[in-house]
Design a protein around this ligand. Structure first.
Ligand code: FAD
Length: 389
């Protein structure tokens, strides 16, 4: 019997477990496989390092800017002002560092356990069932947190959400490659496709990089992501950055994430909360979800601690997770991004082509573009008029 049982030890689940354990409560962290490297670009926002300063020991270079390419190869390069930056990390290292932090704080990590159902007694959700190498196991808790990602069976069984439809997802394929490259290690490289999606190259070190592509929304069923990936890594414009013909593939994988934004109406019920990808905490345009997964895990943990102190696990108290200011801000920000998708990608990326093309010649316009991408500034009417001109 635990105070809290968490299914999934990715960034959201591990952060949630760590905060609850630090407050002195018993927490079970259930994980399918700690050796699985999640398919991911590995771009991590600097605010995550405030919670995990141990990441700094990896001596990873700071990403302070971006090189963007439109579908017709106009180019915009900028470095951000201010203290924010990103790092690029191997997900296996990152996930295990976060799991270790949870265990060091006192959480019990159960590896090789596949959660497949909720334990129900008198119509109350009292825990989860897993398949482990030694048979079926049951973990009971006052609060259940579901953090086992976009394909979570438990989220579906909780009744809070249905399975994602293909046009509600983004589908990605990526690899870590080794060999000499022409990338500036302080920059990430993004190429906007002529349909809903983009390709990326993220430098990991002087001779390693993460490369991949996404499609999303209705274009998932129109385009084959594996074909797009192959076209991307052999595209002559991309080859300028990675000119070798024989890069060693260290690892590769394909995976999806929810692309519609936070499931704001279905984040909690009596004794249960959904966090991270399970709850839709992934940025609709960029696909970044590590930082928001961690924030959702932290806020869910703080809410659980309050519920445990009051010995009240009802949805009336767990609602505080959804109404927390940090969660509200993520929801607001994702809604804004969603509203820009059609504008960016309409007519085979015409508007993005125009935006990047104008920013090559018009310095004032360029500044607005940088503010939009780097700081989420909403484009002005004049800006939109120039694009539509
Ligand atoms: C191709 C791709 C590229 C991406 N690139 C970036 C990027 O560069 N930067 C960024 O910020 N975000 C990126 N994302 C998004 C990011 O990966 C996720 O938002 C983030 O990992 C969410 O963390 P999480 O803890 O919610 O879920 P996950 O990281 O998915 O963790 C879920 C955990 O649950 C475990 N699990 C799954 N099923 C079960 C089960 N039945 N029982 C027990 N355990 C289970 C898994 O093994 C895993 O450890 C990318 C996503 C994809 C698909």
């Amino acid at each position: 019997m635990y105070d809290v049982v968490i299914s999934g030890a990715g960034p959201s689940g591990s952060q949630c477990a760590e905060v609850i354990a630090k407050a002195g409560y018993n927490v079970a962290l259930i994980e399918k496989n700690t050796n699985w490297r999640k398919p991911c670009g590995g771009a991590v926002h600097s605010s995550v390092l405030d919670l995990y300063p141990q990441i700094k020991k990896f001596d990873i270079s700071k990403i302070v800017g971006v090189v963007m390419h439109s579908a017709d190869y106009h180019k915009l390069q900028f470095k951000g002002a201010g203290n924010e930056y990103s790092i690029i990390m191997d997900r296996l290292k990152l996930d295990n560092l976060m799991r270790d932090a949870a265990v060091d704080a006192g959480a019990d990590l159960f590896d090789n356990n596949i959660s497949f159902d909720l334990l129900i007694k008198n119509q109350k959700k009292i825990g989860i069932k897993t398949k482990s190498p030694t048979g079926i196991k049951e973990y009971q808790g006052n609060i259940i947190v579901i953090a086992d990602g976009m394909s979570s069976k438990l989220a579906f069984k909780s009744g809070l959400r249905s399975k994602w439809k293909i046009n509600e997802l983004a589908i990605g394929k990526c690899a870590i490659m080794e060999g000499t490259h022409n990338l500036d290690e302080e920059l990430v490289y993004v190429y906007f496709m002529p349909y809903q999606g983009y390709g990326w190259i993220f430098p990991l070190s002087r001779n390693r990089f993460n490369i991949g592509v996404f499609t999303f929304g209705s274009d998932n069923s129109k385009y084959n992501v594996l074909k797009i990936y192959q076209e991307f890594i052999t595209n002559p414009h991309i080859k300028n950055y990675i000119p070798n013909s024989n890069y060693k593939i260290i690892w590769k994988g394909a995976y999806s994430f929810p692309a519609e934004g936070v499931l704001e109406k279905s984040l909690y019920s009596d004794n249960l909360m959904l966090i991270g990808d399970t709850g839709g905490f992934v940025s609709p345009i960029s696909g970044e979800g590590i930082q928001t997964a961690v924030v959702s895990g932290k806020v869910a943990a703080e809410t659980a601690i309050e519920a445990l102190q009051e010995e009240d696990y009802s949805k009336a108290i767990l609602k505080k997770y959804r109404t927390n200011l940090e969660i509200k801000e993520i929801i607001r920000n994702f809604k804004l991004k969603r509203s820009m998708i059609n504008f960016f990608y309409e007519n085979k990326g015409k508007n993005l082509n125009k935006i990047l093309s104008l920013s090559e010649t018009d310095s004032e316009f360029r500044e607005q573009v940088v503010n939009m991408f780097a700081y989420g500034e909403v484009p002005s009417k004049e800006f939109l008029a120039k694009v539509n001109d």
